[in-house]
Design a binder for this molecule. Structure first.
Ligand code: 5GP
Length: 164
């Protein structure tokens, strides 16, 4: 269908505060926010400030190649974080959306066993996700437009750069 869930930067600000409030109200105080790049970086930064957590880590995962088109399985790209960094830590995995949930499951499984506790926070969760995140701002089954990826990358405009 052509129906889209549109998240703007304006709505994103409120969404992050509400998501963080839910986590705080639940009493979860993460030592580390582990973001799934690239979309989860925005979420992790906002949550880490709102939850007063100063430690952010990042894992790059590649899965989607277009609207609704994916690789067979998500893959973690190098450099993969050192699991030692998370040992005995309370980890909050942050991503923009749990769609199939395969990306979050990959990162969740990576943490499992080495960390003290791991929970997941997303702005959106789709109903068919195989992972049920502890913290979800909104549930939808539409394709979501995120403000950071709705527009194509900028291209260089000829004649705009002054010579040094
Ligand atoms: P999953 O592994 O849960 O299927 O997908 C996770 C990743 O795929 C997300 O972090 C996001 O980058 C991308 N993705 C999945 N669904 C959507 C969507 O509805 N809209 C956008 N823009 N990206 C999505």
């Amino acid at each position: 269908s052509d129906v889209r869930e549109n998240l703007t930067y304006e709505r994103f600000g409120g969404a992050i505060r509400e998501l963080a409030q839910t986590i705080a109200d639940d009493g979860y105080e993460p030592d580390v926010v582990l973001s799934i790049a690239r979309g989860g970086v925005f979420v992790a930064g906002g949550l880490a400030y709102a939850l007063d957590c100063k430690n952010i880590h990042l894992v790059n995962v590649e899965f989607y190649t277009g609207v609704g088109t994916t690789l067979e399985m998500p893959v973690m790209l190098a450099p993969v974080p050192n699991a030692i960094d998370f040992s005995e830590k309370k980890v909050l995995i942050a991503d923009d959306v749990a769609d199939t949930g395969k990306t979050l499951k990959l990162v969740h499984d990576f943490c499992q066993g080495t960390v003290a506790e791991v929970r997941s926070a997303v702005i959106y969760e789709k109903p068919h996700s195989l992972v049920k995140c502890e913290y979800v701002w909104k549930r939808t089954d539409e394709w979501i437009n995120f403000p950071w990826s709705v527009e194509p990358p900028v291209v260089r405009r000829e004649g705009q750069v002054l010579d040094a």
